[in-house]
Every structure is written in structure tokens, then in C-alpha cells.
Design a protein around this ligand. Structure first.
Ligand SMILES: [Zn+2]
Length: 409
């Protein structure tokens, strides 16, 4: 695979076929120029005069994956995630560089970052865009909002309508792409309840209203109970995790067209919370309870038609596990693949991400096999392209995107 074909005019990437974010198109390839897709179609139509052809060797092209909920600096398998977020900026930066490489190698080309400290997410986002650091395109929230002492309040808690409005405004001015709040406790902390609400309906409404004034959407970490219902009723874009959703929660989400972002790798993978917090019985008890709920609910939320995306929640390099888990639990491979691509782009408000078609970003992954026939193919990423440029291969090579890659539009 040539390295910089896309710098020199249109390139046709041809392999076994293309999954365009909605359906499989056997025998098609992707025509790319200046970081964008010009068209998806057969070589006979698209690989004409003046077009360079990059033979993907029988590989299958899918849109770059969207990790809809993750963090740059955390490694759950090491335990005490809140302690990790309290470490020094230098410590976090060193680990962030490697975590971002792993994300890219697993085929994640866009990621939504859901809380960091030290402004590290803003800095990494911009450094990646400048081509200085290898990693997926990031959409960042800065520090998430939680009341003092609540799960996720390590950066200092915020409560009350006035201070919350100010906090939203401050994040927007710093350049946040979205706002993250915590309306329930978490699985990975001791003593935080999973089904109470951290914030009142009035507080959540104020956050959503203030964010809307600066053009931002709000997502809420919430597992179940009133913390979900109040968030949903007050205009939250998405519920994050939703590990203990009740029938009532699911019905409310369906009624309000609220997104659900499940994060099953951190919850089920043996190297997730299970490994990191193995010696904290209160946390392991929460993990076991949450697993039972999620396994029962993953069908209910699909049957209810809830819009659905997936995130690894810091399980860097293991994105494919999210899809394998869904299929192992009865989802059709097509639905899992759509959740990982087009749905992710829709959640982020990016119509040119998670899809491959005329005008979309040329962010794509080459797989050796058809994931609709065998979903584990998504765990065998052969190569990753961002804006039409190869940035990672299975051989281990990873590099930044082109410096200041100015993708038109
Ligand atoms: Zn998270």
C-alpha cells in the first residue's frame, strides 16, 4: 500500500467491497481526493484516466470506527480510575500518547472524550489535528460536571443553577465540543449510588439550556433510576452506560428519542474493571449486578428502537470487542457495525463521519474478512486511513495524520 498517493490526485482504493455505513457493497471501492470521498463504486466506473489505484489486496473497506465514549489518559485495567485522573499532567500525557496510538491501530478514527483533567483533551485534540501526535480525531468535553463528592467530581464538584451555568460557559469558551455531566454514581467507585440523581431537574435543565445557547449538546453518565429519567426529561442528548436501565427508563428514552451509548468492554472484558478493581469487593459487586442488567437490556433497547452507539470507555485498542460482544449477545452483525460507524457519526452531529459516500471524510479501515459473516474480523484491522492517508497498519506502524490536513468543508 503506497503511503502518500492521496497527496498526488485522486486515488481509487479497491478491494473486496465497501461497507458504506448502511449496507455492504461487494466489488466496490472508494475514490478519494483531498481527504474526501468522491464516490463509492466499481473500479470499471471510478478508476479511469488520471486515477491512481491502490489495491487493498482483497481487503474489505469499512468507515473508520467511532468510539463514542472514551478517555485519553485512563487505563481501567490498572484500577482506581479517579486516582488516574488526579495524576500529574506529565504522567497523563505520556500515557495518553500510547493510548491514542492503540485507539488508532484498532480502527478508531473519531473519538468522543468524556472527561479529562489539566485541559489535556483540548491539547491532544489540537495536536492531533496539527499532525503532531498520532491519534483519532477527538471531540472533547473538558472536565465533566458532577456535584462535590460525586462520581466524576475529581476536578472539583459543581452544583446549583448559577455555578453550573458558569461552568458550561467556561468549558465552551475553552473550546469544548460537548458537555458531559454525571447524574448518577458509577460502577468503578465505592459508595456512589447508581440509581439516584446527582442533580435536580432544575439543575439539569439549566445545564442543557446554557449549553444550547453556545451550540453544545449535553451527555449524561447515568445508570438507572431518577438519574436517567431526570436527564431524559430535561433534554439530554445521550445516556452514557445505562447499565441499570429499568423498563420505565427505556420507555422514557424511547419517547424522548434519547441516545444510549453502551460501554461493554470496560464492564465485561477481563482486562476492564474486573481486573483493575479486583481487590475492591464493593466495586466487583456493582460490576456483577450491572452485567446481569446489561445482558437483559441489550435486546430491550434494540426492540424499543433506541438510537444506539458504542464506546470502549478507555479500553484502548479493544474497540472491536464492543461489536463482538453485541453479536455474541444476539445482535445481528449489521446492527453492531452500524452502531460503530454511522450511528456514532450521527450522535456526534457529524454527517460526514462513520459513512463512506460522496462528500464524506476519507476515514476508513481495511479488514481482512467480511465482518457481516464473521464479526471478529473487526478485531483484525489491517490498515487505517484518515483523510485518505494511511496512518496505521497491522505491522505496527502508526503515524500522525498529514500536518494541518485541511479537509475542505
Ligand atoms: Zn467514561
Amino acid at each position: 500500500m503506497a503511503e502518500s498517493l492521496s497527496d498526488s490526485g485522486p486515488v481509487f482504493y479497491g478491494g473486496r467491497g465497501v461497507f458504506d455505513g448502511t449496507a455492504m457493497r461487494p466489488g466496490h471501492g472508494v475514490l478519494v481526493d483531498a481527504g474526501r470521498v468522491l464516490a463509492v463504486g466499481p473500479a470499471e466506473e471510478l478508476a479511469g484516466d488520471g486515477v491512481l489505484v491502490d489495491d487493498l489486496g482483497g481487503g474489505l473497506v469499512v468507515p473508520g470506527f467511532v468510539d463514542a465514549h472514551t478517555h485519553v489518559t485512563i487505563r481501567p485495567g490498572e484500577g482506581d480510575q479517579h486516582g488516574q485522573l488526579a495524576k500529574s499532567a506529565v504522567w497523563q500525557t505520556i500515557r495518553g500518547v500510547e493510548n491514542l496510538r492503540r485507539m488508532l491501530q484498532s480502527g478508531v478514527t473519531t473519538a468522543r472524550i468524556m472527561t479529562e483533567s489539566h485541559d489535556i483533551d483540548y491539547e491532544f485534540r489540537d495536536a492531533i489535528a496539527r499532525g503532531e501526535v498520532a491519534g483519532p480525531r477527538l471531540l472533547v468535553a473538558g472536565p465533566g460536571l458532577s456535584p462535590p463528592g460525586g462520581h466524576g467530581s475529581g476536578n472539583g464538584g459543581v452544583a446549583g443553577v448559577g455555578p453550573l451555568r458558569a461552568a458550561v460557559r467556561e468549558r465552551a469558551e475553552r473550546g469544548a465540543d460537548h458537555i458531559k455531566i454525571f447524574t448518577t454514581g458509577g460502577v468503578s467507585s465505592v459508595g456512589s449510588a447508581l440509581a439516584e440523581s446527582n442533580y435536580s431537574g432544575e439543575e439539569i435543565a439549566a445545564i442543557v439550556d446554557e449549553a444550547a445557547e453556545v451550540g453544545l449538546k449535553v451527555s449524561s453518565h447515568a445508570h438507572g433510576g431518577p438519574g436517567v429519567d431526570l436527564a431524559v426529561a430535561n433534554g439530554i442528548l445521550s445516556i452514557e452506560h445505562g447499565a441499570l436501565l429499568s423498563e420505565q427508563n427505556i420507555a422514557a428514552m424511547a419517547e424522548h428519542n434519547t441516545w444510549l451509548v453502551q460501554t461493554n468492554t470496560i464492564l465485561f472484558h477481563p482486562e476492564g474493571i474486573e481486573q483493575g478493581d479486583a481487590r475492591v469487593p464493593q466495586i466487583i459487586t456493582k460490576v456483577m449486578e450491572a452485567r446481569g442488567f446489561v445482558e437483559a437490556n441489550v435486546h430491550k433497547v434494540r426492540d424499543a428502537g433506541i438510537r444506539f452507539a458504542v464506546g470502549t470507555d478507555s479500553m484502548h485498542g479493544l474497540f472491536g470487542y464492543e461489536l463482538v460482544w453485541l453479536v455474541e449477545h444476539g445482535w445481528p452483525p449489521l446492527d453492531a457495525l452500524v452502531a460503530a460507524t454511522r450511528r456514532g457519526g450521527e450522535l456526534l452531529g457529524l454527517s460526514d463521519v462513520g459513512v463512506l459516500g460522496a462528500g464524506s471524510r476519507a476515514d476508513f479501515v481495511v479488514l481482512p474478512d467480511d465482518p457481516l459473516a464473521d464479526i471478529t474480523a473487526v478485531q483484525r484491522v489491517a490498515a487505517v486511513y484518515v483523510a485518505g492517508r494511511q496512518v496505521a497498519t497491522s505491522a505496527g506502524g502508526v503515524r500522525p495524520q498529514a500536518p494541518a490536513v485541511a479537509v475542505a468543508g
